[in-house]
Design a protein around this ligand. Structure first.
Ligand code: URA
Length: 424
């Protein structure tokens, strides 16, 4: 590979130029190997943050990060398709979605992460199931995809190591919030997973990474462009994240809600989004099966049980229960017009459902149950939220986070769409 001087690459981007494919491949590779210093990559990340990258540069940057590790080649006898959400509050959709889409005939390799901050992590949720194991080898992933059709597990360490290193640097240099850097980070890991199709759930709203619909749309477009440039059939749904999804926010409570959906019940918004994403995934996989009838038949729940059992978990075991439950009541009578996703996410996190540092443990029983949702009529003093924790000393800080979470109005709020639009 042709070598460059890091300072020339930094200057080119600092001055607003486009980097060549050779420059990008060299700088990502040299940084991963330690030949470009942290301070040089920090300067380049800031230059990219301020000047941006065009579609070609972003696709090449993504490819260079994929090439820093191994791209899985899954030997599976059915079409592979995956889903990625940019993260939200109460977003347990992966849990019912993976077994549902597998029951319809696709293979779903869902390599997931842990939560940091106010959004939960899929692995933290599943680890509330006694015995369930997140770490699988590539051979185990492939075997489970062939036998069950769905795997939800931790990403293997060889996937896009450049992203791991760069993300840690961006985190401490104020360069996380850049669309080309976010999009290449997400897509390098997802493309390296080796699935042929990918559906993105890009969240917009207070509980999301992207607060405005405009920013989320730009991210969705960039993600789809990168997928397409790398030969992965990619579509995205832009979805609302101003209100928590469903009624449960936390770990075990979210697993319980996912099981309700798989058994044909569950909150209407969780069912709506699960079915919409399943339809997108099945379309990419070329499968024409109706996910609604599969959900109603109970077959997807059977796949869930097999998926959990294959990873050492006991799907019939009781889920952890909190030592303390505190009610948060309605401050007035009227219509609940706002239940703010960010505030509820922070409160659940402070109750112990999330972690402040990577190495912290989460409380499996901690979280929040939303007993009313926007549009519901409520009476002063009626319980609106149930706060679950094993550490009651955390409750005052959680209540503080909830101080501005709720608005009650005399008239009913206008109904809002959950699915805002589709990008393909
Ligand atoms: N998630 C990622 O994987 N990467 C980012 O840069 C932001 C969110």
């Amino acid at each position: 590979m042709k070598a460059f001087a890091a300072v020339d690459v930094i200057r080119a981007k600092r001055d607003g130029g486009a980097l060549s494919d050779e420059q990008i491949r060299w700088v990502v590779d040299a940084y991963t190997r330690g030949d470009v210093a942290e301070e040089q990559m920090a300067a380049l990340a800031m230059a990219v943050f301020l000047r941006g990258m065009d579609a070609r540069e972003t696709a090449t940057w993504t490819g260079a990060m994929i090439d820093s590790g191994t791209r899985l080649s899954l030997e599976v006898d059915r079409p592979t398709v995956d889903k990625h959400s940019t993260g939200g509050v109460g977003d347990k959709i992966t849990l019912p979605l993976a077994p549902l889409v597998a029951t319809c005939g696709a293979a779903v390799p869902q390599l997931s992460g842990r939560g940091l901050g106010h959004t939960g992590g899929t692995l933290d949720k599943l680890e509330s199931i006694p015995g369930w194991r997140a770490s699988l080898s590539v051979d185990e992933i492939t075997a489970q995809l062939n036998s069950v059709g769905a795997v939800i597990c931790a990403a293997t360490s060889g996937l896009a190591p450049a992203d791991r290193k760069l993300y840690a640097l961006r985190d401490v240099t104020g360069t996380v919030e850049s669309v080309p850097l976010i999009a290449s980070s997400i897509m390098s890991k997802k493309i390296a997973e080796g699935s042929a199709g990918l559906v993105l759930d890009v969240k917009a709203g207070s509980g999301a990474f992207m607060k405005s619909v405009e920013e989320a749309s730009e991210l969705a477009r960039t993600l789809v462009e990168i997928g397409t440039a790398h030969g992965v059939a990619t579509t995205a749904l832009l979805t609302d994240m101003n209100t928590p999804l469903g009624s449960a926010v936390g770990n075990a409570v979210e697993v319980a809600e996912a099981v309700e959906v798989l058994q044909g019940g569950g909150p209407a918004d969780v069912v709506e989004l699960t079915v919409a994403l399943a339809r997108e995934m099945l379309a990419l996989a070329g499968i024409s099966v109706d996910p609604v009838s599969v959900l109603a038949s109970g077959e997807a729940y059977e796949t869930w049980c097999r998926m959990i059992t294959a990873q050492g978990g006991d799907p019939a075991a009781p889920l952890p229960q909190p030592a303390h439950v505190t009610e948060f009541t309605a401050p007035a009578t009227g219509y609940l017009s706002v239940l703010d996703a960010y505030a509820v996410g922070v409160a659940a996190w402070r109750l112990g459902a999330g972690r402040a540092r990577k190495e912290d443990a989460v409380q499996h029983a901690a979280g929040i149950r939303c007993l009313a949702k926007p549009g519901d009529q409520v009476t002063e003093g009626q319980p609106l939220l149930e706060l679950h924790t094993d550490t009651p000393e955390a409750v005052p800080a959680a209540l503080e986070a909830l101080a501005t979470a709720v608005q009650i109005t005399a008239t009913a709020p206008a109904p809002k769409n959950l699915i805002l639009h589709r990008v393909s």
